[in-house]
Design a protein around this ligand. Structure first.
Ligand code: PBG
Length: 327
């Protein structure tokens, strides 16, 4: 028995050959830019643990939205950072029509109209003085059902401020159904829900805490998923779909590519991956020291999400990378 002389390397010989046989390609339309906007600042404030990322002022956010749209990025996901003094136990800035997130939604819609899909984080951690993603009961635990009532009010206020898509990210049970009902009852049938379906309690959210001036002491392990568990991601997927999720998301990204693949295989709706703050910080920090080739590392991580089945990627490099893809 003789073997044919099989040589897979033939398809790796030249850049043109490798380009031709590439199974996955990144496109600017795959990308969504997460952006922070801070109340009361006159210019952008750098986030030290995320070099290159800022807490925007209202003006600089408008500019960033225009830049993202011109680079071909699909969407922008907004996070509001209220003045500390305005945070309270129930997260009042989240339901104030003049809260910073709502103001920013109106600003961005006025600036870009429908040229970008304008999304907002639907969660309480940015607006509560204790920093949890919900309201607390008398023993200091996050009260699931009382939190749902707050999310419902926030959803309507965000929709009224012009969000096309809301991203409920608090991992409360029943949040998608509850928010959907509230939106529909208020006449916002067209506002879509991007469910944070599989969201794990992760150390890699660290730099985000700085980006939103978080007041959290402790952790979110009683509501976000536990790293050793894969099956419950599929259970969360089933529930979010049954409750009316229009798109689903897996988060963090790189440490959870197996979860992304499982969700992508099972989901009948578009699947997003969120490359979170700590993933961004790791690459930037190593590159700063000259330990990694920054541009190649960015491309490789984004490619990994496509290969694992993501249709959409939230990344702080969205605008930069979209520009790099431009012909
Ligand atoms: C919750 C929320 C978080 C992130 C997005 N939405 C923080 C958390 O769950 O602790 C993290 C994003 C990132 O780390 O880049 N509002």
């Amino acid at each position: 028995m003789t073997f044919p002389d099989v040589r897979p390397r033939r398809l790796r010989t030249t850049p043109a050959m490798r380009r031709m046989v590439a199974e996955h390609r990144l496109h600017p339309a795959d990308l969504i830019l997460p952006a922070f906007v801070r109340e009361g600042v006159t210019g952008p404030v750098p986030v030290a643990s995320m070099p290159g990322v800022v807490q925007h002022s209202r003006d600089s956010l408008r500019k960033a939205a225009v830049e993202a749209a011109s680079a071909g990025v699909s969407g922008i996901m907004l996070f509001g950072v209220p003045e500390d003094a305005k945070k309270d136990a129930i997260g009042s800035p989240g339901t104030d029509p003049d809260g910073i997130l709502q103001v920013a939604l109106r600003d961005v819609r006025a600036e870009v109209g429908d040229a970008l899909v304008v999304m907002s984080d639907l969660c309480l951690d940015e607006v509560t003085d204790h920093g949890h993603c919900g309201v607390l009961d008398d023993r200091g635990r996050v009260d699931n059902d009382a939190t749902l009532e707050r999310y419902a009010e926030m959803a309507v206020v965000q929709a009224e401020a012009g969000a096309h898509v809301l991203g409920p990210s608090g991992m409360m049970d029943g949040q998608i159904g509850h928010v959907r009902r509230a939106l529909d009852a208020a006449g916002h049938q067209d506002v879509a829900l991007l469910a944070y379906t599989a969201k794990y309690a992760s150390a890699f959210y660290g730099p985000f805490r700085e980006a939103v001036n978080s007041s959290l002491k402790g952790d979110r392990k009683a509501y976000q998923q536990d790293a050793p568990n894969a099956r419950e991601a599929l259970r969360e997927l089933e529930l979010d779909l049954a409750e009316g999720a229009d798109m689903v998301m897996v988060k963090p990204g790189l440490p959870y590519l197996d979860i992304l693949r499982a969700v992508a295989d099972a989901s009948p709706v578009p699947v997003a991956a969120y490359q979170i703050s700590g993933e961004y910080a790791m690459v930037e920090a190593a590159a700063e020291r000259g330990w990694l080739d920054r541009d190649r590392a960015i491309e490789e991580t984004l490619t990994a999400f496509k290969r694992a089945g993501a249709n959409l990627i939230l990344t702080y490099w969205a605008t930069e990378f979209a520009r790099r893809l431009a012909p």
